[in-house]
Design a protein around this ligand. Structure first.
Ligand SMILES: [Zn+2]
Length: 215
């Protein structure tokens, strides 16, 4: 089974991809990771990509396609994969079809984690962690039992990620919409887009994804 997993930053995509790997033995393929691995391994396309990146140039689609093809050949025909962050353009979607069909594969599902943007902003901007033990808290959903004191280790030092601000979250959402807008309609026409409510609990999202994969 080959799928694309779509979801804005903060929607729990990483968690869900990890679970699909654990429970279905799938492998998540992110083009960034594959590119770095190919460069490190010194494969033919890896060397090409390295030269381009060192020259400060963008790695063209054909090189990315080559890297995805190499990786799929390594994994073998039975290994199901999760594409993450790719494709982002209609041209890449067409290239992906070709890469897959050349190997007797095809996309089974495009799972889209649908979120309520305002609720997601509240979820992300409210997060904070204990600076000492790393325990996670939230302004709305999980305050320490005693204000300003970590439940776990008693520390009174808390920290927030500097990019968890409303402005950066909204910018990331906008970037995400820009990346999915060109490709979603392509897969919608094919009837393989499965919309999953990304605002439920982790277990609910799990269940919805499982139901979608069974289609
Ligand atoms: Zn703590």
């Amino acid at each position: 089974m080959d799928i694309i997993l779509l979801g804005p930053p903060g929607a729990g995509k990483g968690t869900q991809a990890g679970r699909l790997e654990d429970e279905h033995g799938m492998i998540q393929l992110s083009t960034g990771d594959m590119l770095r691995a190919a460069v490190k391994a010194g494969t033919e396309v890896g060397l090409k990509a390295k030269a381009l990146m060192e020259a400060g140039e963008l790695v063209p689609d054909e090189v990315v396609s080559g890297i995805i093809g190499e990786r799929l050949d390594e994994l073998g025909p039975e290994q199901g994969v999760i594409f993450d962050g790719y494709p982002r353009t209609a041209a890449q979607a067409t290239a992906l079809d070709e890469i897959l069909s050349a190997r007797g594969r095809s996309l089974d599902h495009v799972i889209e984690l649908v979120v309520d943007e305002d609720a997601l902003v509240a979820r992300i901007t409210g997060r904070f962690t204990c600076g000492k033990c790393g325990e996670g808290y939230h302004d709305t959903f999980k305050q320490p039992a005693k204000e300003g004191i970590c439940d776990v280790c008693g520390s009174s030092e808390f920290k927030r990620r500097p990019d968890d601000t409303e402005e950066t979250v909204r910018t990331r959402m906008q970037e995400y919409r820009g990346k999915t807008a060109p490709i979603l309609p392509i897969y919608e026409t094919r009837g393989i887009v499965r919309k999953v409510d990304g605002m439920g609990s982790m277990a609910q999202v799990n269940d919805e994804i499982e139901a979608a994969l069974a289609l």
